[in-house]
Ligand binder design. Sequence first.
Ligand code: FAD
Length: 529
Amino acid sequence: MAENSTITICLMAILFITRLASTLGKSRPWTGFLSPRLQTLHFARNLHLEPDAIKSVSSDYGNLVHENPAAVLYPSSIEDITSLIKFSYNNYTPFTVAARGHGHSVGGQAMASNGVVVDMMSLRHHKNGTGITVSKSPSLGFYADVGGEQLWIDVLRSTIEHGFAPVSWTDYLYLTVGGTLSNAGISGTTFRYGPQISNVYEMDVVTGKGEVVTCSSRSNSELFYAVLGGLGQFGIITRARIALEPAPKRVKWVRMLYSDFSAFTKDQELLISINGRKQKNALDYLEGSLLMVQGPPNNWRSSFFPSSDIPKIMSLVTQHAIIYCLEAAKYYDDETRQTVDKDLQQLFKGLSFVDGFMFEKDVSYVDFLNRVRSGEEKLHSQGLWDVPHPWLNLFLPKSRISDFNKGVFHDIVLKRNITTGVVLFYPMNRQKWDDKMSAVIPDEDVFYTVGFLHSSGFDDWQAYDQQNKDILKFCHQAGIEIKQYLPLHNSYKEWINHFGSKWRRFRERKAQFDPKMMLSPGQRIFNDI
Ligand code: FAD
């Protein structure tokens, strides 16, 4: 009996020790890449190494690049972020740190192989609704102070409660403020209001030294301009002060179809030439896209066309192989309800779209801005949202768009017959961008953005990738000086070429604000030096 109980006690002790060891091991299987001293810091409880945490940040919307960090920080305060960066900065061997917004990059830009990914979205849970505040000042008028981790959809919802809204948007709103400001943030509103980076008054940024710096065009301006379009290279945006205007109520949303490329682009350019912020007769939004025989007129980005019009549209597309779709919108409210149609008629007078192929909708402002969401939900429900996305986004100088139309749309895309996704094509005005910012655009007054927003299967993405490479090769050989938007480059030389005349300053800013080159390694700019 005594012998039995000794054995039982021994077994229980062994079980307890094994459980304890395994629990400790599970919560902190300390990694060879990070200093164990990190465990002793106050935020260590927010640093996670479990496989689930690692997996959640080792992929992105592109689903083509997969890189494991050593740990994930779920910050509960800005201080967690500053402490992490300071620790790395002062470490004998610094580790890399990547802010991850909503992970909607397509090439691993928010990843940090063997470093630490800071999951910015976790800050949203710790702010108790204080992540977006609306205020007014005599010099700025109304503005919103917004955490870098906030989604634009939430910025819209919060500001509209006060009757205000930002003026510059992306097509899709489930992106973070920090993520789009690190690129530019573009859409059909850019021709008139500039990209989102042109609508920021001030930011708080945690630099690569772990310092929190408030910056604006007047104070710490070098950091301010560096961070806007800076691909996460100079600091982590924790707050941005965004310009607001009174929010309109409704939107007249129009699409017109063209069979002729020059007529299409001539009309787009005419419409974006009226672009004063206060100019009452200007459009609020202008985009364009391609309809091709290999894809349906409606797609996940928007199901604009009513099903009754689809046969008529498809027959036009079949007749011409490529149809160009000009998309425009004008906002209105109670005051302009009576005049908006007349204003649009005036604006569209003399445009050369195919007779009988103008379509119109009248929707609420919020539904218009959030138009991509329903497509996303549908794809989610079909399990098609998380497929590979071999995207290519470019800026093209206006002077070469005809060459691009022939060489790319006709001779590559149409002939290859694989593009079933969205292809966007619309112009914007250079004067709405600030050259001091890090974002790079072509050196012409008007330039176009083209977006090949492909969704592919898991075993055929290479065909799309190859097409993207062939498009880039064609541009290079034809001497078309494109700039990639949401850039993906493979070598240091390509990055130097990408930034062109801005490269020297970009490098100097890196040396100043992130001298140990820790931040956003997933962009692969400074990794090899
Ligand atoms: P992430 O992918 O998480 O991060 C992107 C980069 O920014 C990384 O390098 C990351 O380290 C850095 N970063 C993230 N947060 C911060 C921060 N707080 N401070 C500093 N750096 C940070 N873009 C447009 O301009 N217009 C569009 O209409 C548009 N539509 C899109 C639609 C879809 C469906 C998708 C998937 C993307 C779209 N994009 C569009 C692209 C999008 O703007 C970029 O991919 C953007 O980076 C995504 O934001 P995110 O919050 O997911 O950033």
